[in-house]
Design a protein around this ligand. Structure first.
Ligand code: BES
Ligand code: MN
Ligand code: ZN
Length: 503
């Protein structure tokens, strides 16, 4: 999709459709909508007056324009009630507009920035929301389709029309593009099938990102992991023929010497459960057990593209979890990088095993904060449903930042408690801790397990994205499939980052 910014006259700009917004039951038209309405003999006003279009959120109405407009159609898109409006609502409306036009094979639209003295968002945020929403809603994965007819034709061109000075809007459009590209990269990585998206292949993609955006890049392979003592990570990796590895990406803008924020993403490229094997039904879905890893790679790309003035490190442990003659077994006791011995009760609780060592590894950066993302537990899906991430943290300030960022990005996160009393459930008879207990408080006990490996005093937040990494139904901004959950949220959090002290 080509995005161009144009200044000036809405009558001469040419495309298949004009997108115009309207608030629900607003007795006045937005000024841009009103200007077009005046030019085309009040046909928009008539549609609204007749009650054919109310402006409910995502409601649309298509009508034919007329002279002097060069653009053939007008798509009215509802923004919903003014009181409920947000940047997220606008992103959804923009996404829905372009999706509607794409499905009608009208892949060129003009979207005038809703210029209005009473519009709740400023010009820059408005432009950003329109472009970001448009790009996210158009996402499709076509890499593996060989027949053209099975692909939806991409949207060709979006013209953002601004009445006022456009220079400041160039920045908004670039920002939105960088965000959408990071989110859509994460979606691609999650969608890729597990025979292709092996640890090695994902590391290659991460390496390309690092090279393109000038980040330090390093892969910890088996020999180095052994030397370091990453026993917990290696235990999971030993069941697979595909070599496991940990990707390290370091974004270090010049002149920034404060400690970094470390992002950690669970990268199980296929989770069969291992010896504690999963049932066959829907096992294919377990290719998305690297959605945390994908979110970290996508976020790193965007952080660098936006030149954020903050050091950020991405740690991505990648491996398959498979049963084999070499696989780790229930009953095994594994020494982790932290030195703690873990009794394996269930090999399907593999995410926490690989994250444990990644969290310990983070200590070498003396980080300001650590945020991990993981498709960690089915229990989190039971607790919060499909579209909400569980948030668990050892630090109130960091927790509040993640919640605020989720509000901004429109990704839902909800806190679960992390009292130390839950650790009772993880006491082992023979080792320092066991990797699971029964089913009680499953999302929390997983987080309490991780907490044992978080370097002393470091603010840490854990997002269990098991439910929301994969979108079952599809929504305006998230086409069915990989959601890219977490990238947008992390970007919003990092954009406004203030130094955070260790305890
Ligand atoms: N990757 C799964 C969790 C998961 C479930 C992600 C559904 C996405 C959708 C994880 O490795 C796992 O298998 N967890 C077990 C933990 C149990 C053995 C304590 C689970 O949730 O059943
Ligand atoms: Mn598992
Ligand atoms: Zn898993």
């Amino acid at each position: 999709m080509e995005i161009t910014l144009q200044k000036g006259d809405f009558t001469t700009v040419e495309a298949e459709a004009f997108v115009l917004f309207h608030f629900e039951q607003d007795d006045r038209l937005l000024e841009t909508t009103a200007a077009v309405n005046d030019a085309v003999g009040s046909i928009i006003g008539q549609v609204i007056e007749a009650g054919d279009f109310r402006g409910e959120h995502l409601e649309h109405f298509l009508l034919y324009s007329q002279e002097p407009l060069a653009t053939k159609r007008i798509l009215l898109m509802g923004l919903g009630k003014r009181e409920k409006f947000s940047a997220h609502a606008l992103r959804e409306a923009a996404a829905q507009s372009l999706r509607t036009l794409r499905d009608r094979r009208q892949p060129r639209a003009v979207l005038p920035i809703p210029l209005d003295s009473k519009f709740p968002l400023d010009l820059e945020d408005t432009a950003e929301a329109c472009v970001l929403g448009g790009m996210l809603g158009q996402y499709q994965f076509t890499e593996l389709r060989t027949r053209e007819r099975d692909k939806i034709k991409d949207f060709d061109s979006l013209i953002i029309l601004a009445q006022k000075e456009t220079t400041e809007l160039v920045g908004s459009i670039d920002r939105a593009t960088a965000m959408a590209e990071g989110i859509n990269l994460a979606r691609d990585l999650v969608t890729l099938p597990p025979n292709l998206a092996t640890p090695t292949m994902l590391a290659e993609r991460a390496k390309d990102v690092a090279a393109q955006f000038g980040m330090n890049f390093h892969v910890i392979q088996k020999a180095e992991a052994e030397k370091l003592g990453m026993g917990s990570f290696l235990a999971v990796a030993q069941g697979s023929e595909e070599p496991g590895l940990m990707v390290v990406m370091e974004y270090e803008p010049s002149g920034e010497d404060k400690p970094p924020v470390v992002l950690v993403g669970k990268g199980i490229t296929f989770d069969s459960g291992g010896i504690s094997i999963k049932p066959a039904k829907d096992m294919d879905r377990m290719k998305h057990d690297m959605a945390g890893a994908a979110a970290v790679i996508g976020t790193m790309q965007t952080v660098a593209a936006l030149n954020l003035p903050l050091r950020v490190v991405g740690l991505v442990p990648l491996t398959e979890n498979l049963p084999s003659g070499k696989a780790y077994k229930p009953g095994d006791v594994i020494q982790s990088l932290s030195g703690l011995n873990i009794e394996v009760i269930n090999t399907d609780a593999e995410g926490r095993m690989i994250l444990a060592d990644a969290l310990t590894y983070a200590e070498r950066y003396q980080p300001q904060a650590i945020v991990d993302l993981a498709t960690l537990t089915g229990a989190c899906v039971i607790a919060l449903g499909d579209n909400v991430a569980g948030l668990m943290s050892n630090n109130d300030t960091l927790q509040a930042r993640v919640e605020a960022a989720g509000e901004k990005s429109g990704e839902k996160v909800w806190p679960l408690p992390l009292w130390d009393s839950y650790f009772e459930l993880l006491k082992s008879n023979i080792a320092d801790l066991k990797n699971v207990d029964g089913r009680k408080a499953g999302a929390i006990t997983a987080a309490v397990f991780l907490k044992q490996f978080v370097p002393e005093g470091v603010p840490w937040a854990h997002l269990d994205i098991a439910g929301c990494a994969w979108e079952e139904k599809g929504s305006p901004l998230v086409p069915k499939g990989a959601s890219g959950m977490g990238v947008h949220l992390l970007i919003r959090m990092l954009q406004e980052w203030e130094p955070l002290g260790r305890d």
